[in-house]
Design a protein around this ligand. Structure first.
Ligand SMILES: Cc1cc2nc3c(=O)[nH]c(=O)nc-3n(C[C@H](O)[C@H](O)[C@H](O)COP(=O)(O)OP(=O)(O)OC[C@H]3O[C@@H](n4cnc5c(N)ncnc54)[C@H](O)[C@@H]3O)c2cc1C
Length: 409
């Protein structure tokens, strides 16, 4: 590639979960002769304690659905991350101070696991270390894209190092807070949940035996998710007006608060790790495709994490997008063609709509203190506890299986 005016077929801004996954999925397009540039303002290798890494790969842990495992297996990524992924064999969903409770078990669903929990930095290492950099893949990191402009041939990008890049297709996988889409007149709608996720890890005296707990407590849903070091990743949704007080608590007091919320089903909590917070909002971009342009991942839709579906949905989006782009590349069609990109969006729109609706509904139902809603919630949980069919449907959704799979490769 020349140093000043560079030209690539596909440019991906952002090497977070969305962008890094897409690069792997586009291996057939590269084999068909297309060149790809992957740009991120953060360095793409790091030590566990470095804060200087893509935000996708920070101190959180992510719930991967069974469907996500299947895609990662096809991409040969699963084997490298499997030693760090803890299977969820059982899920208990309960409501503090009420009767409802439901349990899901992998063996009832005839599957090896209901899903997996992995620390994000491990997932990031798996996604990024396996990138096969060659003549057809140019990785530019740490490099920031400062401006984007659509042109008759595709798009033109200016980087912080003074380089200009032209591309036939631009994929913006630059997260939910990037100003770049606005440079193209693409706006975001934002529904603020008025809450934040407090994320931490805890050690408990009882082994987790691969149980995940989702508990809806008076001050917000709380999830205890099993990790492969026998600790739990904890995600606690707190209202904005409570978060500062909780963050100011000493470790032993916070442990007591968490213990009171989750009870002793996890055993006695003996230690707590670093605390991270994330503001919660449903963010959707006003457009996802244009000629020569796709918005992917959080740039397209950023969801409430209570259902653990943001990355799982993004990976399904990326797999279907790649299916269309790989086919176009192999047939020597223009990968920036509006027909190709609209066909992708049309195929994924029902999945996006359903997953976004479910992730928006759950916090509203389980956060409600209105007595009628609480009764319905009990009834729902009891129905789930009693009815194998309801459990199977819920499990299929949580496992990321209720969707038409993309054809990879
Ligand atoms: C608390 C919490 C828990 C979650 N739990 C789950 C879960 O259990 N399961 C699940 O499926 N999902 C979960 N998610 C969602 C998941 O984390 C997101 O879907 C995912 O991180 C989005 O990745 P992304 O690549 O789209 O965006 P980002 O991670 O924001 O990546 C964007 C990248 O673009 C780069 N970038 C931005 N602007 C520029 C620029 N101008 N130039 C160059 N580079 C740029 C950034 O450096 C960054 O690396 C959770 C989210 C939260 C907040």
């Amino acid at each position: 590639m020349s140093t000043d005016n560079s030209k690539v077929d596909i440019t991906i801004i952002g090497a977070g979960m969305a962008g890094a996954s897409l690069v792997h999925l586009l291996a057939p397009a590269r084999a068909a002769g297309l060149s790809i540039a992957l740009i991120d303002r953060q360095p793409l290798s790091w030590d566990k304690d470095d804060s200087d890494r893509p935000p996708s790969f920070d101190g959180r842990a992510t719930a991967l659905s069974w469907g996500t495992r299947q895609i990662l297996e096809e991409l040969d990524i699963w084997n490298s991350i499997a030693p760090y992924a803890c299977s969820i064999d059982h899920i208990q969903v309960s409501d503090e101070g009420r009767f409802g409770q439901a349990q899901l078990h992998a063996n009832e669903q005839n599957t090896e696991a209901l899903g997996y929990i992995i620390e994000n930095h491990r997932l990031g290492q798996g996604l990024l270390s396996g990138l096969n950099v060659s003549d057809s893949l140019h990785v530019m990191a740490p490099n920031s894209v400062e401006t984007v402009r659509m042109t008759a041939e595709g798009a033109e990008l200016k980087l912080d190092n003074g380089r200009t890049l032209t591309t036939q297709l631009l994929i913006m996988a630059d997260g939910g807070r990037s100003p770049l889409p606005r440079q193209l007149g693409i706006e975001q709608s934002r529904k603020d949940y008025g809450a934040q996720a407090l994320v931490t890890q805890v050690k408990c005296e009882k082994p987790h035996d691969h149980w995940a707990y989702e508990r809806f407590s008076s001050d917000g849903p709380i999830a205890f998710l099993p990790l492969n070091n026998n600790e739990y990743a904890v995600v606690w949704t707190l209202n904005n007006d409570e978060i500062d007080d909780v963050l100011a608590l000493a470790d032993d007091v916070l442990i007591e608060r968490l213990q009171a919320r989750i009870g002793y089903r996890v055993g006695k909590i003996s230690a707590i790790g670093e605390r991270l917070t994330y503001p919660l909002a449903l963010v959707k971009s006003s457009e996802q495709v244009r000629r020569s342009l796709v918005l992917l991942g959080n740039a397209a839709h950023s969801l409430h994490p209570v259902a653990g579906q943001g990355f799982n949905l993004t990976l399904r989006d990326a797999a279907v997008l790649a299916e269309h782009l790989n086919r176009a590349a192999m047939q020597e069609q223009d990968v920036g063609s509006l027909d190709v990109l609209e066909a992708y969006l049309q195929q994924q729109s029902a999945d996006q709509r359903n997953t976004i609706a479910a992730s928006d509904l759950l916090p509203r139902i389980f956060g409600s203190k209105v007595p009628a809603v609480a009764l319905l919630r009990d009834a729902g949980l009891l129905t789930m506890a009693a009815a194998p069919v309801a459990r199977r449907l819920f499990a299929r959704h949580a496992m990321g299986l209720g969707h038409t799979a993309a054809k990879l490769g």
